[in-house]
Structure formats: structure tokens, C-alpha cells
Design a protein around this ligand. Structure first.
Ligand code: HEC
Length: 107
């Protein structure tokens, strides 16, 4: 009985903490989702999965596309002239997602 109570307490404490860990959904996410998926699992061949990628890496990659240091026309067009705050939001969102198993076998 005591064990059950402890388990129940643990559950009620864990759930809100998990929800609070997810950052707010970025406004620009809709566009990104066409290729990278809303939760960072790629939707088209050739697009990388972003779920669970390191925050500092994602932020740097996005800065590089925006500034042209990474000159990939597709991503440069997709990211456009975003502010640092928006860029940070997008990086936080994808970094906080849990990677999922691949839906399809890789070629
Ligand atoms: C039309 C499809 C498309 C759209 C839309 C798109 N991406 Fe990409 N993204 C790609 C492709 C393809 C790459 C790989 C480019 C390369 O070789 O550097 C990429 C690369 C990236 C990377 C680097 C990943 C890595 O591991 O280096 C990040 C971060 C990223 N995209 C974020 C975003 C965000 C945020 C948005 C929305 C603003 C977005 N992308 C919109 C196709 C897309």
C-alpha cells in the first residue's frame, strides 16, 4: 500500500515537469515542419532529423545559413532573415524533441 502511494506521488510529480520542459512552439515552425517535421523527424529524403540535436549546434547551424557561411540555397531560403530570438526559439524547440525510431529502412 505504501509502495503504491509512493508510486502515485512520483507520477503526479513527473508529469507537469515533463510538460514544462518543452519550449513554446515557434511561430515559424510550420515552414520548417514541411521538411524536418514538427518534432524534428525528417519528412523528405535528404533532409536531416533535428530532434534531440545539441542546442549549441542547431543555433550555430541556423546562424550560418542565415549569414551565408553555410551556403545551402534551400536552407538559406527557408530560414530567411530571422532575428536571433526567433533562431534561438527554433533551435530550442528541435533540441527539446525526443528522437523517434526511423519509420523507413535507409537505402
Ligand atoms: C525545403 C525543405 C527545408 C525546409 C523548408 C527547411 N529545411 Fe532545414 N534543411 C533542409 C536540408 C535539405 C538540410 C541539409 C542542408 C545542408 O546540407 O547543409 C537542412 C539543414 C538544416 C539544419 C542543419 C542540420 C545539421 O545537422 O547540420 C538545421 C538546423 C535546419 N535545417 C533547420 C531548419 C529550420 C529551423 C527550418 C525552418 C525555418 C528549416 N530548416 C526549413 C531542408 C529544409
Amino acid at each position: 500500500m505504501q509502495l503504491l502511494l509512493i508510486a502515485a506521488l512520483g507520477l503526479t510529480c513527473a508529469t507537469p515537469a515533463l510538460a514544462a520542459d518543452l519550449p513554446p512552439k515557434p511561430v515559424r515552425l510550420g515552414l520548417c515542419a514541411a521538411c524536418h517535421g514538427e518534432t524534428g523527424m525528417a519528412q523528405i529524403p535528404g533532409a536531416p532529423n533535428l530532434a534531440g540535436q545539441r542546442l549549441d549546434y542547431l543555433r550555430k547551424a541556423l546562424q550560418e545559413y542565415r549569414d551565408g557561411t553555410r551556403n545551402v540555397p534551400l536552407m538559406r531560403a527557408a530560414i530567411g532573415p530571422v532575428s536571433d530570438a526567433e533562431l534561438d526559439q527554433l533551435a530550442r524547440w528541435y533540441s527539446a524533441q525526443a528522437p523517434q525510431p526511423q519509420a523507413h529502412a535507409q537505402p
